[in-house]
Write a protein that binds this ligand. Sequence first.
Ligand code: SF4
Length: 710
Amino acid sequence: MPKVKSTCCYCGVGCGVVIETDDGRITAIAGDADHPANFGRLCSKGATLHLTAGTAGRALYPELRRSRSEPRRRVEWDQALDHLAARVARVILEHGPDAVGFYISGQLLTEDYYVFNKLVKGLIGTNNIDTNSRLCMSSAVAGYKATLGADSVPTCYADIEHAHCLFIAGSNTAYAHPVLFRRIEEARRANPAVKMIVVDPRRTDTAASADLHLPILPGTDVALFNGMLHVMVWEGRLDRAFIEAHTTGFDALKEAVQEYTPKTVAGLCGVPAEDIVQAARWFADSPATLSLYCQGLNQSSHGTDKNAALINLHLATGQIGRPGAGPFSLTGQPNAMGGREVGGMANLLSGHRDLANPAHRAEVARLWGVAEVPATPGKTAVEMFEAARAGEIKVLWIACTNPAQSMPDQALVRAALETAELVVVQEAYRDTETAAYADVLLPAATWGEKEGTVTNSERRISRVRAAVPPPGEARPDWVIAVDFARRLEWRLRFGNRGEHFSTLFPYRAPEEVFNEHRETTRGRDLDITGLSYALLDALGPQQWPFPAGAARGAERLYADGVFPTADGRARFVATRYRTPAESPDARYPFRLNTGRLRDQWHGMSRTGRVARLFSHEEEPLLAMNPEDMARRGLRDGDLARVASRRGAIVVRVKASEEQRPGQVFLPMHWGSRFMAGHGTNALTVSVFDPTSKQPELKHAAVRVEKAALP
Ligand code: SF4
């Protein structure tokens, strides 16, 4: 059978896969033994990818409705794209470019992302382009930039084998990054002296296997990290030489953490003071400490502080730039990293440039061949839907993501989708919650059908390859964006349908897009001018930076202690503990935490089609401490109504000792396609971190009551 090497389309581990086909159909999947992310391993989701191939639920041809009172009808591609170019051009002429917003996805390939970003910032002239990576990694980005000076993950997967202390915070790695967790387990088996500390309010499978589990109260991470630093200062466990030679701002931080005594922090976090002291000692004294962290730090109204407070610990102890040492943010999505590289967010520009920097805007305008990149900051994810609900954004173009399931505060999101004059949904599936709102549905190719690249958590760029053609009339996302951009460019320049010739979007293949993107990285921290499709095909996946002339990419960064800041020094950031946006009270006494299950992915538009992936958890269950259940007269399997200030849903309850009293947990995957109400995100809050603009999806105050049978 023909075999094609590609990359798994689910999580940020970025496992290599080998796709088998027969007669133009994907028939089997295997782990790629040569891929350095997984060496042949796959988790339950990756191992069933072939079962998601096919036409079930797929959008197969463009659909269009000219008014909300009529159903969408099948149209030709030319009709759909001409219609869109005319309508978007009219909105731009009548209301200005900021009346248009694009909400895209960390599941798009780097080439897709690049074209969308250039279309919006270079052609339309607005910075209203953001992505569901805003819900995922933007606090990690802001944390790296505040402390280390650039959005560059300094570590790599091989550091797991070198580490003597693994500090896992806000990550159920066993479920969310399963292949990586297997690597952790093997490393611990090979060296039983390795200590593993897990910080998580829940006793997850990851926490259960730790040497020390710190079940802190939700949202108290900054207090814990400051408390650990207090212990390190008090007990003289700092790396003074590193602090002096390679950092700034330590004195202010030292003063700021004075009040975070183990006793005070124990009270704030709800964990024993001696465990905080123990964690600080293991972290500081280990020959190499590796921190692994994810949404527990990022999805918070002070996620940037949480990230910075953890990185402070690495800088204070010199635990960075050596094998096995450093902060390692795990990316949730397969290409959240690639999206950051091309600047596909409202505040970023190509090649890790910043929109707020006039010199960076001028550089990108020159590279793109446009007069300017607008200076007005774009709307980030939540802001974009708020602006659409207020009628300021009139066109919402949504690609490869499902905000009517995944965004917090579904009442807000759905009001925005109803208010917008034109909703375009560019999607592989036609039955998502968001597709129901589409005025124009554009069928997109998906995994196994498209070519390009993705970057995983360790800065490793892998090829994604097509094994079969897209079904029906579906097209690759970058092709759809280019075909629309050419039409729009003509409309804006000449006011008619024209010939669709474009000097801005001349691409005929994804490799040409990659090559242009590559040029924008020249001289930057993520320089990939030495990479090409041919080299990736010959050598396999490579880490960046990979400048011209390099023989290989950089395994880890900052070995020389020089950081990408103006003075070459990393910066300590003094952070203070703040409570989450919404505190429990008499009406809403429980803290709701949300997160992933082992066998499902995001809104289940793909995994929801594989029966065997429901054998782990068949339906969304509210995990609740048995003491809390008894007080409310609830028994295992009872229906409960869970309500927040924004909405309510009914789910079954599951007794769980993983939960501390006063806290409940719901999986994030189920939306209105699978249950009454708007799913878990009917309950969550849209309040976001002031720097990263990442919303606090992991903390909301809720009430739980026994529900009557319908
Ligand atoms: Fe795919 Fe992530 Fe599983 Fe690897 S660990 S197979 S990338 S879902």
